[in-house]
Every structure is written in structure tokens, then in C-alpha cells.
Design a protein around this ligand. Structure first.
Ligand SMILES: Cc1cc2nc3c(=O)[nH]c(=O)nc-3n(C[C@H](O)[C@H](O)[C@H](O)COP(=O)(O)OP(=O)(O)OC[C@H]3O[C@@H](n4cnc5c(N)ncnc54)[C@H](O)[C@@H]3O)c2cc1C
Length: 495
């Protein structure tokens, strides 16, 4: 009888969840917590997932307190063949995560301290901290570090994919500031990776770090705050008709923008105005008047709205784009991502694309939640930390491949209505393909942390990096335990 079979399945799943939970309760240190996910208490006690799309499912959530506890969780899951996922800030959204069914959430929430040693210019952050935590700590000591655009995103997950943010023009990728990490690898080893220890692993962690283990702490080099810790945040709104001038500005800036300046061009359909709205956000880590002068070509276009403020850098993520990212932090979304890197701006083709976006979004309510963002930083920071330059300094380079002027394009399919998902997905896919075609590039490349999950390891990590990364995988995670978030391949999960 099917219902009987169903009942048996449910009971056996519950039993195995109980077995797992009991095992961890017995063997983990007293500061650890273990939850059955069927227990409502687990919801508030563990890090929620931001994206509701392609979500992994868990039967047990564990919050280890010590590195040795993390090791026990990994070893047990490995022995019992149970899929698990390490989570930090909960903002990872790649569709590859949906492959985890009835797994274990290895929630790093107890690794939550941050310490800034101002004399040594080092900051050590636990594996679950968010941009806002490290920004507040560094700023309080007069230091700065690269953080991303949304204060609630985990700096750990961002770092492991490379990490990009408004200080990237100065300091490069977030992972370029890494001094060392403490990691429990897929082989169960407790290792430190740095310029002097396990150097090859350190190289892989800085860009493809999801693939090798659970990181309990990240130590970053921090810098004296530029411009006394103040930045200009400028938000300007333009109409759809002005799009060509905006792309023109983006093109002029690509490769020439000063390291202190970061730019985001965000475009969406505004149903109230029945028009495309383009918001340009500029963050400038220098004197206010200098920042405004750089934006003169845009201000001359007479934006329909201008908001310029001069604020501590730690507050930039919550202020940027009229504070919209602060709002997106507040709740979970159904979010279907697509992304592509562009290395040049083709003004004419992008104007055509904008027209197409208008035509589709103005007539198709299901895709009106699509937000297009084009993010560009100066390349000095990225170049200074390239493999070649780091090797020349006797330090370990990085597997984050995007060192030349790059526009990180995201096609964010956002909705509160799950029934829009297919339409958003199809539209995002179509626009990504059009961007690839207009770019003239012969293959897709993108920042792995912006991935939908269908692009493949070469697109995320770079063709040249893959053999070295796969060799690291064979060494540090031969069973492929860490293969659910944009996997580099070579592990059991792909076999
Ligand atoms: C609203 C929003 C804004 C964003 N803005 C930026 C930005 O400005 N710059 C940028 O670079 N990225 C940005 N991202 C992308 C972000 O870097 C990724 O989503 C990242 O994976 C989030 O990390 P997390 O710890 O919050 O997420 P989680 O879902 O907790 O982790 C994502 C993955 O990282 C791995 N992971 C996380 N912590 C650990 C750990 N301690 N040890 C081992 N593995 C770990 C796991 O594989 C996990 O599946 C943004 C994402 C969102 C949703």
C-alpha cells in the first residue's frame, strides 16, 4: 500500500535523523548545538538561507563550537555518506546547492568572533561573520578592508569565491587581503594555510575555497583607513532614454577609473513610470569634492534624482543605491541569478539590449522583478595581487582569475511570488546569452559567487586554473564531500 510505504519512509528518515543527532549530541563538545530540522526551535537557532530558490534540504543542523567538533561532523558525514553543507552568512545562492537532499547543515554560527590587531594590521574573523561585523570592527580601530555591497552577506563565503567590493580598486579581491585561514579539510585534517604553510591550498582557497573544507577562521591584512575612513556615496537616477549616455560613461571609466572609485549601474523596469529606471551608484574613498568632480559627466545629464552623502566607509553598504541593499538584507527572496563578466562596453549593443529589456519587461509582469546590475571597480588592486605579482613578492598568489578591467554583470530575477520563477529564469538565461553574444567573447566567464550554477567550473574558476585546482581537490577532498557549491569537479559527487 503506497501510504504504508510512505509512512515507513518517513519513519526511517526520522530515525536516521535521530541517530545522527544523537551521535553528535554524544560526541561534540558542550558548547555545540544539535537540532532536528523538524524541530521548530531549529529555525531561529540556525542561519537562515536568503534565497528560497533551489534550496538544499537538511534533516539535522549542527553548530559545532570547536575545530575538533567540525572535524567530527565531517568525519561522520563522510563515513555515513550523508551530504552536508558548511554555512556562514546564508547568502549563497548557486543552484548547485539544490542537490543537497536530507543533508546536514554544518552551521558555523559559533565561530563568530572578530579581533583586530591594529599594531600588526591583522583582523581575525570567525567562519560565520558578515560584512557588517568585520566593517564595524575594522573601522573602530581606524582600519579598512574590502567588503561587499550588502552588509548581511557572509564575508567567509564571499572570500572563498574571491570576494569583490568597493575597496577592490585599492586592495583587490577580498581574498587578496587574506593572511591565513584555519581549515578542516575534506580529509579531516586541521590545517592552517598561509604564505608559509600549505601554500598551494592557500592559493586554491583564495577563489575556489568552497571546494576543500570548512574554514573556522579567516585572518585578513587590514589597512589604515584611506581618507580618514570617509567615503562619498552618490546615487543618481536616470530615465531609460538616457541609457546610451550611461553606457558611454561606463565605457570611459572601464580601465581608467581611479582606484578609490567604485561604480554600480543598476537598471530595472519601473511600472509606476512605465519606463526603464537606471540608478548609478558611486562610492569614492576620497574628498567629497573630488568624488563629485568625477561624476560631473553624469551630473550634467540632469538625473531625475541625486542623493550624495559623505559617510564612514562601514556604512556604505547600507546607504548605497538609496539603501536598497539594506532592504534586501531584511528578508529572504525567491531569487534566480544569472551573471556574466564583460571586459568591454559596447554602447550601441547595450542600448539595443536596453530597448529589448524595456519591450519584454513592460509587457510581461512576471519578469518585472528583474534587476540588472553592472559593477565595475578599478583594476589596480586586482592587478597588484595577481599570481605573477604575488609570486614576485615571494607570497602566494590566488586562484581568483579576474584581474583585468571587468564589469561584473548580474541579472537578478527577484520575486516574492514563486510562480514567477520559470519566467524569471528563462528571461535571465536569454539576457545572459545576448550579453555573451554582444561581448564577442567566445565563452562564458563570471564571478563564481554570482553563479546560477549551470555555467561550469571553467566559467567560474578559469580554464587555466582548473588542473591545479583539481589536483588540490584530489589531495584535500578526495571523496568530494565539498562539492555542492560550484564544484570544481574531480570528487565523488560528480562521479
Ligand atoms: C544580496 C547579496 C549581495 C551580495 N553582494 C556581494 C558583494 O558585494 N561582493 C561579493 O563578493 N559577493 C556578494 N554576494 C555573493 C556572496 O559572496 C555569496 O553569496 C557568498 O557565497 C555568501 O556567503 P555566505 O557565507 O553569506 O553564504 P552561505 O550560504 O553561508 O555560504 C555560501 C557557500 O560558501 C561556503 N562557505 C561559507 N562559509 C564557509 C566556511 N566558513 N567554511 C567553508 N565554506 C564556507 C559554502 O560552500 C556555502 O555553500 C552577494 C550575495 C547576495 C545574496
Amino acid at each position: 500500500m503506497p501510504w504504508l510505504l510512505f509512512l515507513v519512509n518517513v519513519v526511517s528518515a526520522m530515525t536516521s535523523a535521530n541517530e545522527i543527532a544523537d551521535y553528535f549530541r554524544n560526541c561534540l563538545s558542550s558548547g555545540s548545538s544539535v537540532y532536528l530540522t523538524s524541530d521548530p526551535a531549529s529555525v531561529n537557532a540556525t542561519t537562515p538561507r536568503w534565497d528560497l530558490w533551489s534550496a538544499p534540504t537538511y534533516i539535522v543542523a549542527v553548530k559545532p563550537a570547536l575545530r575538533g567538533d567540525v572535524q567530527k561532523v565531517i568525519e561522520y558525514a563522510s563515513q555515513k555518506n550523508i551530504p552536508f553543507l558548511t554555512t556562514g552568512g546564508g547568502h549563497g545562492y548557486s543552484g548547485t546547492l539544490g542537490a543537497i537532499k536530507d543533508g546536514i547543515q554544518l552551521d558555523m554560527g559559533n565561530f563568530n568572533t572578530v579581533f583586530v590587531d591594529a599594531d600588526k594590521n591583522l583582523m581575525t574573523a570567525g567562519g560565520s561573520l558578515r560584512f557588517r561585523d568585520v566593517a564595524a570592527a575594522a573601522h573602530a580601530k581606524g582600519k579598512s578592508t574590502t567588503i561587499g555591497a550588502c552588509s548581511c552577506v557572509g564575508i567567509g563565503g564571499a572570500t572563498l569565491g574571491g570576494g569583490i567590493g568597493f575597496y577592490s580598486g585599492l586592495y583587490g579581491a577580498i581574498s587578496d587581503s587574506l593572511h591565513s585561514v584555519d581549515i578542516v579539510t575534506g580529509t579531516g585534517e586541521l590545517l592552517t594555510a598561509s604564505d608559509t604553510e600549505n601554500q598551494d591550498l592557500f592559493w586554491g582557497i583564495k577563489g575556489a575555497g568552497f571546494n576543500f573544507g570548512s574554514v573556522t577562521s579567516f585572518t585578513y591584512r587590514v589597512h589604515d583607513q584611506p581618507n580618514g575612513g570617509m567615503v562619498m556615496n552618490a546615487d543618481m537616477t536616470f530615465t531609460g532614454a538616457q541609457n546610451a549616455s550611461i553606457w558611454e560613461f561606463s565605457k570611459t571609466m572601464l580601465g581608467t577609473q581611479p582606484p578609490e572609485l567604485s561604480l554600480v549601474f543598476a537598471m530595472r523596469y519601473d511600472p509606476e513610470k512605465s519606463d526603464i529606471a537606471i540608478i548609478v551608484n558611486a562610492i569614492y574613498a576620497g574628498p567629497l569634492e573630488d568624488g563629485k568632480a568625477l561624476l560631473e559627466p553624469l551630473l550634467k545629464l540632469e538625473p531625475t534624482n541625486v542623493a550624495i552623502s559623505y559617510i564612514p566607509w562601514k556604512d556604505a553598504p547600507d546607504t548605497a543605491v538609496y539603501g536598497i541593499t539594506k532592504m534586501t538584507c531584511a528578508s529572504s527572496y525567491t531569487y534566480v541569478p544569472h551573471a556574466i563578466n564583460l571586459y568591454d562596453i559596447n554602447v550601441e549593443a547595450l542600448s539595443e539590449l536596453t530597448k529589448h529589456v524595456y519591450n519584454v519587461t513592460s509587457t510581461t509582469p512576471a519578469v518585472q522583478g528583474t534587476l540588472f546590475t553592472f559593477t565595475q571597480y578599478a583594476s589596480q588592486g586586482f592587478r597588484a595581487n595577481s599570481d605573477a605579482n604575488m609570486t614576485a613578492k615571494g607570497r602566494v598568489g590566488s586562484s581568483f582569475p579576474y584581474r583585468e578591467p571587468t564589469v561584473f554583470v548580474q541579472i537578478d530575477g527577484l520575486s516574492f511570488d514563486p510562480s514567477s520563477v520559470d519566467a524569471l529564469d528563462a528571461f535571465g538565461n536569454e539576457i545572459r546569452a545576448q550579453l555573451l553574444e554582444l561581448s564577442g567573447q567566445n565563452h562564458l566567464e563570471l564571478y563564481s559567487n554570482f553563479a546560477r550554477g549551470d555555467e561550469g567550473a571553467e566559467a567560474w574558476y578559469g580554464t587555466e586554473n582548473l588542473p591545479r585546482l583539481q589536483a588540490l581537490k584530489a589531495r584535500y577532498d578526495p571523496k568530494g564531500l565539498f562539492s555542492f557549491y560550484n564544484p570544481i569537479g574531480g570528487g565523488k559527487q560528480e562521479d
